[in-house]
Design a protein around this ligand. Structure first.
Ligand code: NAG
Ligand code: NAG
Length: 314
């Protein structure tokens, strides 16, 4: 009898004093970070990167390390800002989609992942001021709804310079943005800028007969920053984002060797459930363009056109 009384009191107490928000916070501290479907599974991410991203040891390592450190921090001091650089078809967009897939329980369908493309969202130079206001409101609105939002900016090298600076208050450590918890967000910038210097370093390693896995961030980082900041077409031109070192990690993507393209072809064929002969794979490879023209070391288009070629040839 006494026990029953005690149980009822406990239930009444909990119902009365713990509001639903606190219950869900409690739930989330058990199931780490379930805020707006945010359920990072970094082991799965690592596995999938190893299985399906070819030739990008540096990019994979840097992204996994940075994201791991970021999501394991309960209250980060600033949002995570990644900038992906490299040649067409080297896997920048692909890697970003795999990252998103393993951050949320419903992957890329999660409504808190936002993609921005200059051609789609910011097409007209005369509207820059309007775009800036829109972008600021979108970011703020979305962060108010979900502090664990991800913002992906594609083709930064086609973004009108000036627009992106409205993000500065959201990216730094010391800014107060109208009470939103913007520090848990992840920003990813993608561009081909810096691709030339990355390719040159990769080529030098190849000519010196050094392993491409020996290429480290320190061989590339400052050259990429300089290349980006000196490109007047790039969205980061004269931007305070580069200037104030608001980017946490510069992520270089290396140009791909024919052996990597072969892996892409095989994977694509498996995905499309097509049977393939070695001869056909070889003829797809022979049909691609390589550079430098005389040595033919790297593919000019990477794995970009592989999918359509596979469905055409096989
Ligand atoms: C979130 O961002 C999208 C653009 O990706 C925008 O259309 C939408 O209005 C934003 N939501 C809020 C609440 O601001
Ligand atoms: C940042 O920008 C200011 C002016 O916009 C410039 O004077 C300064 O040298 C820049 N700093 C860096 C590190 O580029």
């Amino acid at each position: 009898m006494a026990a029953d009384w005690w149980q009822i009191t406990l239930v009444v107490l909990i119902a009365g004093f713990v509001n639903p928000w606190e219950l869900s916070a409690l739930h989330c501290s058990f199931y780490n970070f379930c805020e707006c479907g945010f359920r990072p599974n970094l082991n799965a991410l690592e596995c999938e990167l190893a299985r399906s991203v070819f030739g990008q040891h540096l990019a994979c390592d840097l992204v996994v390390k940075a994201v791991k450190q970021f999501v394991e921090t309960d209250s980060p001091t600033k949002p995570l800002v990644l900038s992906f650089h490299g040649w067409t078809g080297s896997g920048k967009t692909f890697l970003s989609s795999l990252l998103v897939k393993h951050l949320y329980k419903d992957g890329t369908r999660n409504p808190h992942v936002h993609y921005f493309s200059p051609i789609l969202h910011f097409a007209h130079a005369q509207n820059v001021e309007l775009y800036k206001e829109d972008l600021r409101q979108w970011i703020q609105g979305n962060l108010t709804q979900c502090s664990r939002s991800v913002f992906v900016f594609e083709e930064m090298d086609k973004m009108h310079p000036g627009i992106i600076d409205v993000l500065v208050p959201f990216l730094g450590p010391s800014w107060v943005v109208y009470g939103t918890n913007y520090r848990k967000a992840i920003f990813i910038f993608i561009s081909n800028a810096g691709g030339d210097v990355i390719n040159q370093v990769a080529l030098d390693f190849w000519r010196d007969r050094k392993d491409r896995e020996e290429i480290q961030l320190r061989h590339l980082q400052s050259a990429i920053s300089i290349a980006v900041m000196s490109t007047p077409e790039h969205g980061f031109w004269k931007s305070q984002i580069m200037n104030q070192s608001l980017i946490d990690v510069i992520v270089p993507f290396l140009p791909l060797r024919p052996s990597h393209i072969r892996q892409c072809i095989q994977k694509e064929a498996e995905q499309q459930e097509l049977e393939y002969e070695e001869d056909t794979v070889q003829s797809i490879l022979n049909n691609l363009v390589y550079f430098p023209e005389d040595e033919k070391v790297f593919s000019s288009t990477g794995c970009k056109t592989v999918s359509s070629r596979v469905s055409y040839f096989l």
